[in-house]
Write a protein that binds this ligand. Structure first.
Ligand code: IMP
Ligand code: MG
Length: 186
């Protein structure tokens, strides 16, 4: 167990709050173009994507798109920085998915297990059409063959925190994306 939390690299944000907003606006252009004025279910995977989803749907609203928001919580990394290998549902959706067009929103596409499992689950429940949207993509870590329909930034194999992403539930509140640095020696 970690006693001293690693330090966020505050000196050098990977992406600043402004860069993130600019990219989300571009993604919203694409998504709004694809869905038009048709209603769709935007499913935000908790907890990591809550800030991204909040910003994205407001950008979509500005473009007259019609997302209806719901949330699902899946098992997470906990205190680890690598995938456990299996995903389970911790808290359920509140809205029916049968017959609906769905946009899955997640913070980061890493091994691909989360997105793959969620997509499979929603198709089994009768979703009509599913697209996927992630802010970050780490293709080097992929163990399941899946790509997102909409992707903010492609990044190297580094562990990211901030803007909703956590390490051991810390750092979600940072308004920018950054990496962790090792804890200082005692
Ligand atoms: P996957 O199932 O391996 O694709 O992992 C996706 C989930 O792992 C994301 O929704 C995140 O919650 C978490 N995750 C993966 N990489 C990172 C990271 O660099 N920082 C924080 N969380 C991460
Ligand atoms: Mg997540």
């Amino acid at each position: 167990m970690t006693t001293t939390p690693p330090h966020p690299d505050l000196s050098c944000a990977l992406y600043s709050a402004d860069q993130i907003q600019k990219r989300i606006n571009e993604m919203a252009d694409e998504i709004a173009r694809d869905y038009g004025h048709e209603e769709f279910l935007a499913i935000s995977i908790m907890k990591g994507s809550f800030i991204f989803a909040a910003d994205l749907i407001r950008c979509l609203s500005a473009r007259k798109a019609q997302p209806v928001l719901d949330f699902i919580t899946l098992s997470s990394y906990g205190s680890e920085t690598s995938s456990r290998g299996s995903i389970s549902v911790l808290t359920e959706l509140t809205l029916p998915v049968t017959g609906h067009r769905i946009l899955i929103i997640d913070d980061i596409l890493d091994t691909g297990l989360t997105l793959h499992t969620t997509r499979h689950l929603l198709y089994e429940r009768g979703a009509k059409d599913i697209r996927t949207c992630v802010l970050l993509d780490k293709p080097a870590r992929r163990s399941v063959p899946i790509e997102a329909n909409y992707r903010g930034f492609q990044i190297k194999n580094v562990f990211i925190i901030g803007y909703g992403l956590d390490y051991n539930n810390r750092y979600r509140h940072l308004p920018y994306l950054t990496t962790l640095t090792p804890p200082p020696s005692p």
